[in-house]
Design a protein around this ligand. Structure first.
Ligand SMILES: *Cc1c(COP(=O)(O)O)cnc(C)c1O
Length: 387
């Protein structure tokens, strides 16, 4: 039996030719494909700078480092995300806290954020940075978030791992109109892929400079950034402690080729989401609500089971779907309930909306290469299992 995964890459002959051409070129890493890929993503997002890195987690890590997060600082994010959105603070010794989600969008709730900031301001415990994540590919309410952040002097780093190709109020996610930085992931299940890969976008020249340093050991070859005089053409200086988070040219060539298909990928994902909405309408579940200011890129299509109207548990439904070859997944186990975060003091009940959502959600197969037949098989199998 053919298994339909919840997500997968779409690779065509143009992608393969782009990678092969790079293999035959002079540069396998740190070559011209990196800058071309960065330029393409920056232009797409309408942003000044883009920095390609090894993966989306590395992107978050050096983005948080560029914001100078350090021990004693706090970073707030959503509990309904992949662990990397929170871990980026921990790598730098900073503390993490969470803001509960909006029960309609499953994104960080602006109302909860406003309340929590008011309390934190009183206690002198404001976060240095906020990481809104555009869950499933639907933008957060960035204008309201940016206004609150500005009022309290907080930096904003968008985790846009799900959302390349999405837009908010008509502008692409990643424009950084309402943030300091945004990061993308190009893992194979995401909207476009470089196998592993990530990117940071920003309009701030100072952050761009720091990102370039942190991507490559904290080393610079630019005499303007050096302490004292250059010794000659071989000379470099390590001015910060950085990492080796570079992307290869093979991957950048793949990413550049994938960018040519981004709008087509998103259009196909939107068509699948629209059809799922129609076909699932009369079932005991909630289809994804869309905020009118957003156009979703549909990394994920999540349903929320009406367990009060179902005889089976969510676990049983997932097991039966998987047994029937429908590779459903769950996004996300609330980050604060992971053992690592429990050891830092978080517990069940801390973020009830995220926990309630987790108990009821299932991600259905959603990817650009999903055929109409497979989509219909997903729907028919789901109907059978829920009956
Ligand atoms: C995938 C993902 C990441 C991490 O990206 P990698 O490329 O896998 O390191 C971070 N945040 C979110 C929300 C993600 O979905």
């Amino acid at each position: 039996m053919k298994v339909i995964p919840y997500g997968r890459q779409f690779i065509d002959e143009d992608d393969i030719a782009a990678v092969v051409a790079t293999l035959r070129s002079d540069w396998l890493t740190q070559g011209p494909a990196i800058e071309r890929f960065e330029r393409k993503v920056a232009d797409y997002c309408g942003v000044k700078y883009a920095v390609a890195v090894a993966n989306g987690t590395a992107a978050l890590h050096i983005a948080a480092a560029a914001l100078d997060l350090k021990p004693g600082d706090r970073l707030w994010t959503s509990p309904n995300t992949f662990v990397a959105s929170a871990n980026c603070a921990r790598y730098l010794g900073a503390d993490v806290d969470f803001v509960d989600i909006d029960p309609r969008t499953y994104n960080l709730s602006v109302a909860r954020l406003e309340e929590k900031l008011a309390v934190a301001a009183k206690n002198g415990r404001l976060p240095k940075a906020l990481v809104p994540i555009h869950f499933s590919g639907q933008s957060c309410e960035m204008e309201a978030i940016a206004a609150l952040a500005k009022r309290h002097g907080i930096l904003v780093l968008e985790d846009a791992a799900h959302a390349i190709g999405a837009s908010y109020r008509g502008r692409p996610v990643g424009s950084c109109e309402f943030s300091d930085l945004a990061t993308f992931s190009f893992h194979p299940v995401k909207i476009i892929t470089t196998a592993e890969g990530g990117m940071i976008v920003t309009n701030r020249a100072d952050l761009h400079e720091r990102l370039l340093l942190f991507r490559s050991h904290g080393i610079t070859r630019d005499p303007k950034l050096m302490d004292g005089e250059s010794h000659g053409p071989w000379y470099y200086q390590q001015t910060e402690l950085g990492w080796n988070y570079r992307l290869t040219d093979l991957q950048a060539a793949l990413g550049e080729s994938q960018m040519n298909k981004l709008d087509a990928f998103v259009a196909r994902r939107r068509a699948i989401a629209h059809r799922y909405d129609e076909l699932l309408r009369d079932l005991p579940l909630i289809t994804p609500w869309q905020h009118p200011d957003t156009a979703n890129a549909w990394h994920l299509y999540v349903i929320r089971l009406r367990l009060d109207r179902l005889k089976k548990t969510r676990r049983r439904i997932v097991e039966e779907l998987r047994a029937a070859g429908i590779g459903v997944q769950i996004h996300y186990i609330p980050v604060h309930t992971q053992p690592y975060y429990r050891r830092l003091g978080f517990k069940d009940g801390d973020f009830p909306e995220a926990e309630q959502y987790y108990a009821e959600t299932i991600s259905l197969p959603m990817f650009a290469g999903l055929t109409d037949e497979d989509r219909d098989r997903v729907v028919e199998t789901l109907k059978t299992v829920l009956r």
